[in-house]
Write a protein that binds this ligand. Structure first.
Ligand SMILES: CC(C)(COP(=O)(O)OP(=O)(O)OC[C@H]1O[C@@H](n2cnc3c(N)ncnc32)[C@H](O)[C@@H]1OP(=O)(O)O)[C@@H](O)C(=O)NCCC(=O)NCCS
Length: 171
């Protein structure tokens, strides 16, 4: 299977916050944003593996700044690392006020997707080769984040998470 680089997996999504997307305070609802992020992440993962994918997990998302009614939402999704059948996708979100001409960071998150074969079973994905320094850091961190989410999901024993443990336990 051919390897890919992170730039080949980039998805940029742009949305406009309309009244139906907002809460009582006129801010974009978290659930609507997570829905858009899920779609952007799925497209990025699918672009990487050229197969249908499903969401396996979503890491914690904290909303740093609310996005206001009438503002633009920019979502960038990019694969950070491919494992055997799963891929980690990094999402970054900004709001933009076109009238007053400023752009602000809203939040970021990591999503994990799994590629499926025609029988809906997990299938192998191409490996991702980081190119830039930032991509390499995200690639290395992906292993620890994977261990943490598999432990929290009850799919890995803490004792097997060597790279994650190394962050906390010094010899
Ligand atoms: C995600 C799913 C395909 C995993 O299938 P599974 O039978 O548990 O398969 P496995 O245990 O062999 O795991 C397959 C991959 O999923 C990853 N995975 C499983 N659970 C995970 C979790 N909680 N977080 C992150 N990755 C997970 C595994 O690490 C493995 O990745 P790897 O092959 O790269 O090592 C399956 O649980 C599923 O279909 N879930 C529902 C998906 C869905 O409907 N999403 C929309 C949600 S609303």
């Amino acid at each position: 299977m051919q390897t890919k680089n992170p730039d080949e997996t980039v998805i940029i999504m742009t949305e406009l916050v309309l009244p139906n997307d907002t809460n009582l305070y006129g801010n974009l609802m978290g659930g609507r944003l997570m829905y858009w992020m899920d779609i952007a992440a799925a497209l990025s993962a699918s672009k990487h593996c050229n197969a249908p994918v499903v969401t396996a997990s979503v890491d914690n998302i904290s909303f740093e700044s609310p996005i206001k009614l009438g503002n633009v939402v920019h979502i960038e999704a990019k694969v950070t690392r491919a494992f055997t059948t799963s891929m980690e996708i990094h999402l970054r979100v900004w709001g933009e006020d076109l009238t007053h001409q400023y752009r602000y960071k809203s939040n970021e998150a990591y999503y994990t997707f799994v590629a499926l074969d025609p029988n809906r079973k997990p299938r192998p994905v191409p490996q991702l080769v980081p190119v830039t320094e930032t991509e390499t850091k995200l690639f290395e961190g992906a292993l620890r984040r994977r261990q943490l989410r598999l432990i929290l999901g009850g799919k890995m024993k803490p004792d097997d998470a060597a790279e994650l443990k190394a962050l906390f336990v010094k010899d």
